[in-house]
Write a protein that binds this ligand. Structure first.
Ligand SMILES: Cc1cc2nc3c(=O)[nH]c(=O)nc-3n(C[C@H](O)[C@H](O)[C@H](O)COP(=O)(O)OP(=O)(O)OC[C@H]3O[C@@H](n4cnc5c(N)ncnc54)[C@H](O)[C@@H]3O)c2cc1C
Length: 340
């Protein structure tokens, strides 16, 4: 066995339920699952997948992904969520793709930089945020990104490729990354001011932020943990900006974290003039149940797992909404949710 093969076998877990890697808490056992810690390990996984004829599927925190009830044995599921790294550079902050976006809001809190407040309690990893231009009200990843770093899934041997903001082709929940066989491994984010820190203070800051990470896809635990961190920071003397408090009120009020879900299921169609949640309300679908899945009774664009839901229950509701919206409003809503 070559050393590359050995590394592949070492990194690959067998028989892991994908449900523990998804905020839907849905997904069957994966024959091949890996959580690489470095970019070299990512390349090894990709090369191993090619030589074994496996189809790689990359994910982050699984907060926008519906995994299958019976995953194919020919798929390799892998996530970068254990690769968390920060580097402070003049005018920018390098962040690895596996870093939870909410940790960037904590970075902003500890350094007095407000640019990342919109990422507070935004579930998911930076890599996926860069991939789909994650958005909260009027703020989105494209506002803060300077350069994304990717590797080509089909040619990992070519190494790191830099993609400047102008090359990301960002739009509303759209990007070049959705059309290319690229894995985002990290990004430089713009800093409006450079934090005045010595190298030792910088190391301490990043160690502190990493210590706040809670690797979970269980939404109530996620919400409780990061709101507790904010309260702890306030007690330690950090000033909580109103934007951060507003996020808690808004997301808590919309009951985003009460049940397993992937947040909004469909992209808004801005030509219609009303968000998807309102359209679903207008056709009276709130509260509709299929098996263990339900269209939230608080927000028409969220489908929740109310206990024991399968991927099929969720996709049945997705199809129902698409059919009814097409009949009533003349367009088929495009899922934001990634259905594997
Ligand atoms: C309660 C709740 C609220 C939410 N609110 C919002 C919101 O306000 N705004 C918003 O935009 N989203 C929201 N979401 C959706 C989710 O937070 C975002 O889509 C987030 O970007 C997904 O991150 P993830 O790491 O979980 O991605 P995953 O679900 O793991 O993956 C999503 C997609 O990204 C791709 N991907 C993942 N990592 C990479 C990478 N490194 N390189 C290339 N492609 C990659 C995957 O292949 C997949 O296609 C919400 C979700 C929940 C559960």
């Amino acid at each position: 066995m070559t050393s590359q093969n050995q590394t592949f076998e070492r990194l690959c877990r067998t028989g892991t339920s994908l449900s523990v890697h998804s905020t839907y808490e849905i997904g069957g056992e994966a024959r091949h699952l890996a959580l690489p810690h470095t970019i070299e390990e990512v390349s090894t996984m990709l090369e191993g997948a090619t030589s074994k004829g496996l189809d790689p599927f990359l994910f982050g925190m699984g907060s926008n992904t519906l995994f299958p009830d019976r995953p194919s044995d020919d798929m390799l599921f892998f996530s970068l969520k254990e690769h968390i790294e920060f580097k402070l550079l003049p005018g920018r902050l390098f962040v690895s793709a596996g870093t939870p976006m909410t940790l960037l809001a904590l970075f902003g809190l500890y350094t007095g930089i407000p640019s990342f407040d919109f990422m507070f309690l935004l579930p998911g990893t930076l890599g996926a945020g860069v991939y789909m231009n994650a958005k909260y009200f009027s703020h989105q990843i494209s506002d803060v990104l300077e350069t994304a770093y990717v590797i080509d899934k089909e040619h990992p041997e070519r190494g790191l490729i830099s993609v400047p903001l102008s090359g990301c082709e960002y739009g509303y929940k759209k990007s070049v990354f959705m059309r290319k066989p690229w894995i985002v491994v990290g990004a430089d984010l713009k800093l409006p001011v450079d934090p005045q820190l010595t190298p030792e203070q910088t190391d301490e800051l990043f160690a502190k932020i990493k210590s706040k990470n809670l690797s979970t896809s269980v939404l109530p635990n996620y919400f409780r943990h990061y709101t507790n961190e904010l309260n702890a920071a306030a007690r330690a003397g950090y000033e909580l900006r109103q934007e951060l408090l507003d996020v808690i009120t808004d997301r808590g009020g919309k009951k985003h974290f009460d049940y397993p879900s992937c947040g909004s299921v469909f992209k808004n169609n801005y030509t219609i003039g009303e968000p998807m949640g309102k359209l679903v309300d207008r056709i009276g679908l709130r509260g509709t149940v299929r098996g263990g899945a339900m269209i939230s009774d608080h927000h028409g664009n969220i489908i929740q797992n109310r206990g024991g839901a399968t991927a099929e229950d969720v996709t049945d509701l997705v199809k129902l909404v698409q059919e009814k919206v097409e009949a009533e409003f003349g367009f088929v809503p495009e899922p934001e949710l990634v259905i594997v």
